[in-house]
Design a protein around this ligand. Structure first.
Ligand SMILES: CC(C)(COP(=O)(O)OP(=O)(O)OC[C@H]1O[C@@H](n2cnc3c(N)ncnc32)[C@H](O)[C@@H]1OP(=O)(O)O)[C@@H](O)C(=O)NCCC(=O)NCCS
Length: 171
């Protein structure tokens, strides 16, 4: 049982049907979506597909990109979590713009990273970030991931960052 995961200000838990409205509002904000995929806000079907796949993944492998709930308001303010990657998981995050700049992504991601290594048994965690996305790169750096490689997709440069499970290395 990996969820719920609680931090000082946040709860991460499995998706519930009523999360969709709040999450879709985030995915239609052009500022939020600027460095996600092709940079276009999502249509309703795309958001539904994302949540549907997350639910399936959670059932199949025990993790996904979980909704992030802001405890003071019990509001869904974004997601943080994993998709499968070689030897572990790829971590990702997305928050509603009004919650940026308060350390919330770092708070969620630190807890998720620890869960990945300690509970899910990942050997390695990666993050893939579009190179102009300074806020996301800063979060990645604060978590201790290091740049590993670069590649291009849809005319955009992406940087792959990684961190290995130090405990496993030591053992
Ligand atoms: C990336 C994102 C999740 C960060 O959320 P957040 O809660 O504001 O992040 P935090 O407050 O934990 O940390 C952000 C850090 O980036 C820094 N930062 C923010 N904007 C920056 C910019 N334009 N240039 C440089 N640093 C910046 C902040 O100062 C902070 O660093 P600090 O703690 O050293 O001061 C949020 O901006 C977001 O949802 N963006 C849109 C979706 C997205 O791009 N997702 C990631 C795809 S890879």
């Amino acid at each position: 049982m990996t969820m719920p995961l609680e931090t000082e200000r946040l709860i991460l838990r499995d998706w519930q049907p009523e999360d969709l409205e709040a999450f879709h509002a985030i995915c239609t904000d052009p500022s939020v979506m600027q460095f996600v995929g092709d940079g276009e806000p999502w249509a309703r079907e795309r958001t539904e597909q994302f949540v549907g796949r997350a639910c399936e993944m959670s059932q199949a492998v025990g993790f996904c990109q979980w909704p992030v709930i802001y405890k003071p308001s019990s509001t869904v303010i974004g997601f943080c979590g994993f998709v499968p990657a070689n030897d572990g998981g790829e971590i990702g995050w997305r928050l509603a713009q009004e919650y940026w700049g308060r350390g919330l992504a770092t708070e969620a991601a630190r807890a998720v990273l620890e869960l990945g290594f300690e509970t899910l048994g990942f050997q390695r965690i990666i993050a893939t970030v579009q190179s102009p996305n300074r806020a996301s790169i800063r979060v990645v750096e604060k978590l201790g991931l290091k740049p590993e490689s670069r590649f291009h997709r849809n005319g955009r440069e992406l940087i792959v960052f990684s961190i290995t499970n130090q405990r496993a290395d030591a053992g």
